[in-house]
Ligand binder design. Structure first.
Ligand code: GLA
Length: 344
């Protein structure tokens, strides 16, 4: 039996393509170097003992009766529960969790936790890992069914498929993942904290997802990927606005891929700004603190700046030219490797 394993899974930034994943749309995220590490040691007893080092908290439960819990514990129990539901013979384990990705900031600390937890438990149980897309789906069930956030697959796919120097063009209808070179000609991608933090399950995220589902039901389609702007005009408010954001955001993702391929960074910046305006005005997920953070990045000379992740607070992302000063508190983010396990 493998007695020790260390799993690391990164958070992600999303260049463009927000609230498109659960609408079978397009996005262009990348894994960042910050993430969550889970150190696991096998136990002979069928028990999980977990310590969240950064929080100074502890959880312990039997693998014979995994009951749901709140907060970070929901992720640990969900990981064990989903793996066993998928037929994995889990061994007991001692787990030590620590992280470098800010929590509740829109940089996907949740997916980093789910993915690192699942990989550590698989490794220490000597079980073979499912393929990466199945792993992403399993991790998203932890979030949907144990944590209560009806999120899509954006974060888990980014964390599992990340590559240095590349963003990932993800098509959530076909689940095709295509790496796209992120050559920024000296520009930097930076994130800035709006100071407002959220637990996604309790923000308006689930409500937005339900509104998109209602828009589909009204139009008699399976997803907003099938809909044109002309059709959206028939919907009542606020559904037409939500659908309008999704359709135009998919177009912006394709335009951003083309701009990157042509090295047109001013155009990329313009698309990032347009994405933010649409998230603010049509999807209505911005807040005054987020607007202030976007204005700070734009004031520092950003070619584009926008909210990232689910919204309602968190970090904003900006594309800063080489000569622009880094605003106080800004953190440069670069595309890094996807999740990995060592020690087995
Ligand atoms: C959160 C969710 C993702 C995605 C984004 C918005 O990060 O976890 O699935 O929906 O919000 O693009």
């Amino acid at each position: 039996m493998t007695s020790h394993a260390v799993a690391f899974a990164p958070g992600r930034a999303n260049l463009i393509g927000e609230h498109t994943d659960y609408n079978q749309g397009l996005a262009l995220p990348f894994a960042i170097s910050e993430g969550v590490t889970v150190r696991a040691r096998a136990l002979l007893e069928r028990r999980i003992d977990a310590v969240a080092v950064d929080l100074g908290k502890h959880d312990s439960f039997s693998l014979d009766a995994v009951v749901p819990a709140e907060g970070w514990r929901a992720f640990v129990r969900g990981a064990a529960g989903e793996l066993m539901d998928a037929g994995v013979e889990l061994s007991g384990a001692e787990l030590e969790i620590s992280g470098t990705v800010p929590r509740g900031a829109g940089l996907s600390s949740s997916a980093a936790l789910e993915v690192s937890m699942v990989l550590a438990l698989l490794a220490v149980s000597d079980a073979s890992a499912p393929d990466r897309l199945d792993l992403a789906r399993l991790c998203s069930r932890i979030e949907n069914d144990w944590v209560g956030a009806q999120t899509g697959l954006l974060d888990q796919i980014s964390s599992l498929f990340g590559e240095p120097e590349r963003a990932l063009r993800i098509d959530f209808r076909s689940l095709d993942v295509r790496p796209v070179a992120l050559e920024l000609d000296g520009c930097k991608l930076v994130t800035l904290d709006s100071g407002e933090h959220h637990a996604i399950a309790f923000s308006g995220y689930n409500e937005r997802r339900a509104e998109c589902a209602r828009a589909c039901a009204e139009l008699g389609v399976e997803s907003l990927r099938e809909v044109t702007l002309a059709q959206v005009g028939e919907l009542p408010a606020p559904l037409w606005k939500r659908a309008r954001h999704v359709i135009t955001e998919n177009e912006r993702v394709e335009a951003a891929v083309a701009a990157l391929e042509r090295g047109e960074l001013a155009e990329l910046g313009r698309l990032i700004d347009a994405s933010h305006a649409s998230l603010r005005d049509c999807f209505e997920v911005s807040t005054p603190a987020v607007e202030e953070a976007v204005a700070r990045l734009k004031g520092a000379g950003a070619l584009g700046a926008r909210i990232v992740g689910g919204g309602f607070g968190g970090h904003v992302l900006g594309l800063l030219p080489a000569e622009a000063p880094m605003p106080d508190g800004a953190l440069e983010v670069r595309p890094g490797d996807g999740a990995r396990v060592s020690g087995r």
